[in-house]
Design a binder for this molecule. Structure first.
Ligand SMILES: *Cc1c(COP(=O)(O)O)cnc(C)c1O
Length: 390
């Protein structure tokens, strides 16, 4: 008999009822060191007092109003995002998938508005993940996600990841946009080289194609910059954000330049919940804390410490690990076999990690994890690897 919850997930037999910082406490009272952060969501850890205060203060006033009215909390968060990024304007969603949908719609509208409505082809990359809606699975195109869900939305073409030759060949004056994650998350913590991202920007400029960056997983301080593309010194035309932006409250956003958003006039898009007062009150607090140079410098310092310890872990288990990859606190351990076994051994050692494609184990701690918890995490990973080694 089918479970009452639609069985689309292979769930571990653990339930958490409480959290404190980098620790999640299960219903049996046992404490797990959480290096998954709900998949890069809980950027400030569990039950962060600043976020709890922002949420409860707002909850005592008003939860929800329609986008038919002014929403000051939304305007505040939009101001904070515009101030710190390339963007001139922001639309708020409840998830990364919804952000991807709007980004795709915005690209189509841009070319329609420019009098070129047939210019619809968006170039994407193998290993990409943009969400699970019909548009987002068509964009990513992987067999696993699209099988049985056709016919797919037309207008996407996947290129090999990081293959600049293939991109140069594919991009033309008929290309609507190029869409990619600066660091592929689900694809296995695979960063694009800064030089390649600069070249993609240049190819977009030469052809007029829009550059759409999906920073749903790698954004919001995760890589040690507020947004990962800052490392390359370029700016996109459109960017999707979600996961970390709400610190655990469902929230996403599409950021765009005034030009890219030109066709998105009143009535062209909407959302009942998107940008509601609760979500935006929390999101603004997250931005105030994370978009701070001193905070981001700490992320980078912790990243260096963590990486150094992880290199040691790789050296002591060469049969299990191949190396460390990633940026900031978006780290991956490239494994010699499927990382699912390590995730499982991790449960036995009370540490939470997340598998990804390309045999990569993802480590996505809260960005404010302590040095002691980093050391503890590596000790637990070492024990998990040792039990696999045995
Ligand atoms: C998680 C993710 C999404 C989808 O976000 P949801 O909030 O799950 O809809 C899109 N793009 C990237 C890069 C992601 O990591």
């Amino acid at each position: 008999m089918i479970s009452h919850v639609l069985p689309t997930y292979n769930r571990a037999p653990i339930a958490f009822e409480r959290g404190e910082g980098a620790w999640a406490i299960a219903t049996d009272g046992s404490r797990y060191l959480d290096l998954g952060s709900g998949i890069a969501v809980n950027v400030l850890g569990h039950a962060n007092p600043d976020l709890v205060a922002a949420l409860t203060e707002q909850a005592g006033r008003i939860w929800h109003v329609s986008n038919l009215y002014q929403i000051p909390q939304q305007e505040k968060l939009a101001d904070l995002l515009v101030e710190r990024t390339f963007a001139d304007t922001v639309f708020f969603t409840n998830s990364g998938t919804e952000a991807a949908e709007l980004a795709i719609k915005m690209v189509r509208k841009y070319w329609d508005h420019a009098g070129d409505p047939d210019r619809i082809e968006i170039l994407t990359f193998e290993g990409a993940f943009h969400g699970r809606s019909t548009g987002a699975i068509a964009a990513a195109g992987s067999e696993k996600m699209v099988k049985g869900f056709g016919p797919l939305m037309p207008g996407f073409r996947q290129l090999p990841w990081g293959d600049m030759g293939a991109l140069k060949e594919a991009i033309t004056r008929a290309t609507a946009a190029v869409m990619l994650e600066p660091v592929q998350g689900e694809g296995g913590i695979r960063p694009i080289a800064d030089e390649d991202l600069r070249q993609i920007r240049a190819l977009c400029d030469q052809t007029g194609a829009l550059l759409v960056l999906d920073e749903v997983q790698c954004g919001m301080g995760r890589t040690g910059r507020l947004f990962a593309h800052e490392y390359a010194g370029i700016a996109p035309d459109i960017m999707m954000v979600a996961k970390g932006i709400g610190g655990g409250f469902p929230l996403g956003a599409v950021l765009a330049t005034e030009e890219a958003a030109a066709g998105m006039i009143a009535g062209t898009h909407g959302s009942t919940y998107g940008g509601n007062p609760l979500a935006c009150a929390v999101g603004a607090r997250v931005m105030e804390i994370v978009a701070d140079d001193a905070f981001l410098a700490e992320v980078n310092r912790k990243s260096a410490l963590f990486r150094q310890k992880l290199e040691g872990l790789v050296a002591s288990h060469p049969e299990i690990f191949e190396g460390v990859r990633g940026q900031g606190l978006m780290l991956g351990l490239k494994c010699r076999a499927a990382p699912a076994d390590l995730v499982k051994e991790g449960y036995a050692q009370h540490i939470l990690t997340v598998p990804a494609a390309d045999n990569t184990l993802r480590l996505l701690p809260p960005l404010n994890i302590s040095d002691e918890d980093i050391a503890e995490a590596v000790a637990r990973l070492d024990r998990a690897a040792a039990s696999l080694d045995a």
